[in-house]
Ligand binder design. Sequence first.
Ligand code: GLY
Length: 370
Amino acid sequence: MIDIRIQTQAEYTVHIGSGILNDCGKIMSALIAPCTVAIVSDTNVAPLYMQTVKNSLVLAGYKVIEYVFPAGERSKNVQTLAKLWEFFAESELTRKDAIIALGGGVVGDVTGFAAATYLRGVPYVQVPTSLLACVDSSVGGKTAVDLAAGKNLAGAFNQPIAVICDTDTISTLPEENVSDGAAECIKYGVLGNKRILEIFEGLPEDVNVDANGVPTSGYASTRPLYEKIKDSLEEIIAESVRMKASFVCRDEFDTGDRMYLNLGHTIGHAIEYCSNFELSHGHAVAIGMRKIALAGERHGITKPGTADRLTSILKKSCLPTECDFDPEQLLSAGLRDKKRSGGKLTLIVPKNILSCEMRIIPVEEFSDWL
Ligand code: GLY
């Protein structure tokens, strides 16, 4: 097991390892006396892992109650939040008790916000079960629900008391969700983590083959990404969490350096909107990172060849690198991005494959810039 300490105002440890769902009770025991623990999960994850987490907690002397809501982004709303509050109240949960978020980003975000607001704050633990949640949303304390006007518009900074990341849970993810998380890992590489880049750049290249088995141009994901990365998973997650921690600890409340974590995201969010959310977050971020690297090369900010190198890494990781939306379409969607402030957009632009810089541009220059 790898332990990484997150030195935010309220410090906590991210535990990463194979099979550690069985250690949830033991890890909790070191943090909180026997009490009632509300495990919140969704209809995809609960059938797979609820019983394991529950058994571990009961064995450690905790009373467990469960709440399961329908899986999917559509559940990340005020209604689910209100139902959680009511469930906690009906179960007479107190501030001496605890909450566990068992699932991907949606479960983590909405449960973290419910934990921040019920009784003005109850301790909670993140148990992420998707690669995206392991390397991004479970660490750093951003919690939220979506509003009709946009994603993550109501929320709170609320650090968990621990993160328990069992690498075995990644084996049950659909392929698209594995590559989704990989896009965020590659982002950490481009933000400065050499080891992550080495791992993804070293993945075997899959090539398209014609009916006779003769390689044709381009790549295709002929092998599941999970199969390619499973032996390095613990290291990939640990390096990603270390990268995320380095930005979060410098800027917990997202007013400066934490914005580097948005590499590929301003364009990525615009692509998600333009695709009516048919394209997943990580896939849109992958395309966004390549687009910003290409634009950076044209503006003389990014070392020539960086976009090509990034394209190859993304393709080896079964990620898309292109979309059909033109800069004007992206601009109208990009303007909805909550990261804009005072008519300016903050863009994170690669200087090379291993470092980035921040550029602030007027919104109206966005499509030309791109
Ligand atoms: N997901 C970006 C952040 O936590 O700031």
